[in-house]
Design a protein around this ligand. Sequence first.
Ligand SMILES: C[S@@+](CC[C@H](N)C(=O)[O-])C[C@H]1O[C@@H](n2cnc3c(N)ncnc32)[C@H](O)[C@@H]1O
Length: 236
Amino acid sequence: MVMREIQVADQSLVVFELDDLCDSVTGRALTGAWVWDSALVLAEWLAAAQDQLEFSLRGKSVIELGAGAGLPGLAAALLGASRVVLTDVGALIPGLRKNVEANGLGDRVEVSELVWGSDESVGELGEFELVLMSDVFFDAEDMAALAKTLRKVCKRGTRIWAASEGRPWTGECLNELEKEGFGIVELASELAPLVGAKEESDSVSLYSLIPPYVGDNVIAVGVSEFVTNMEPNNYE
Ligand SMILES: C[S@@+](CC[C@H](N)C(=O)[O-])C[C@H]1O[C@@H](n2cnc3c(N)ncnc32)[C@H](O)[C@@H]1O
């Protein structure tokens, strides 16, 4: 187990990475056991949005899907969100709980098993004002299930912010989400200075997803001037 101390704005978070955690069926390492660069960028983006884009997390309800070690969701809580739910597959839940406790955020942060597309837990969680996802655009075949979950946790005005490393299959995943009716806006490279000069921000893109049924959804108040392309439709 590795303990990392990660700076978010002028505060710091402790995150444990469980590098010895494997899937009980496949024996493969669970990808969510450690912090990916996208999570660092998304956490930094939250701090920047708060500071420079007049987007306040104060009092917001936030859910993180495929949270892994939970850095972006923990950062949202640190920055003032009043309710944060970190979700992932069952094997990662104890690690997420440990990270919540390590930061003394148990009064604001819940942890819940949530497999995309499953109706079991998601129905009880409710709807959220902000959805966070970092590095979950891996398998295009999972995107219909992810879209189903997104539709359940979103309400009018919900913002969905995602960070993803650019990989050959990232575009395929985004195209699948578009087919499910989500608008996808890549936040422009002008945003890079807002997420600092860290090396990882070079390979990571930030996206705002617009839920399909919310025609007048404002994607990101204070961010829209940075948007490169309002109607991208091919990420290949
Ligand atoms: C590459 S890891 C990213 C982890 C973390 N968000 C980060 O950026 O550090 C992808 C995460 O998505 C989760 N995930 C993948 N498929 C999922 C599914 N069908 N339902 C729920 N979570 C899933 C994995 O368990 C893993 O935690």
